[in-house]
Design a protein around this ligand. Sequence first.
Ligand SMILES: Nc1ncnc2c1ncn2[C@@H]1O[C@H](COP(=O)(O)OP(=O)(O)OP(=O)(O)O)[C@@H](O)[C@H]1O
Length: 269
Amino acid sequence: MGTSAPEPNNDDICLSLDGVTISYGNFEAVRDVYMDIPRGKVTAFIGPSGCGKSTVLRAINRMNDLIPGCHLKGRVVFDGHDIYDRRVDPVEVRRRIGMVFQKPNPFPKTIYENIAFGARINGYRGNMDDLVERALRKAAVWDECKDKLKESGLALSGGQQQRLCIARAIATEPEVILMDEPCSALDPISTLKIEETMHELKRSYTIVIVTHNMQQAVRVADMTAFFNAEAVEGGSGKVGYLVEFEETERIFNAPNQQATQDYVSGRFG
Ligand SMILES: Nc1ncnc2c1ncn2[C@@H]1O[C@H](COP(=O)(O)OP(=O)(O)OP(=O)(O)O)[C@@H](O)[C@H]1O
């Protein structure tokens, strides 16, 4: 992606956060995060509100660039290159590292166009009908959509819209899919469908999900990162930090840190 010399490759690691500190103006939201996100697995970010989970997630595909005053120190290494290198195109980063948001946000276009639009902009030259079908199938929403491809994406149910948004993210052929609380606006049945879809998707993609729902982390994630926030000396706000990053089973059954134990067992604050 970049033109700098590639760093040594570790095939099992998809993305490395290397001393990442993110500020909004003068406010330091999250400090000094180091983590190696494994390839082909689901990684969950959990932790109390305001500890910086979404901020870190958005840093992984340079989505924070769109927030005026947001600034990152450190490096995010993907495919051997720092995605914040001056020579790297953020649009290309976001194509390779796609994102699904909290609220389903289909374009006000047909179901077909929701998929085809981004692919066309990215210069896709293959058979568009095939791409639309493939993406909708991978996102497990083909059966519900196949007879109404020319209808508006907004006419689908919330859960179907979210799977359409996953299909839209897949259509640009990313390697990573970031999901920011993708089920928080959905009913339990739609939530289970998305979770099942994630199990399928991790065969082809690396997934990072922010979730408030600890049961969801247990159900879907191979690895879990627990973030917390602490008061800053002399300051009024709190700064987020990564407490620990381990296999999900370990985080929920035998974490290294007392703060993690307190959080996962509900004895927090
Ligand atoms: N656009 C922004 N401008 C200024 N401050 C922001 C912005 N977005 C987030 N923050 C601040 O950064 C800190 C981390 O927020 P963030 O949304 O990343 O936390 P979170 O752990 O994802 O929270 P939640 O679980 O409530 O979504 C908070 O103090 C928040 O107020």
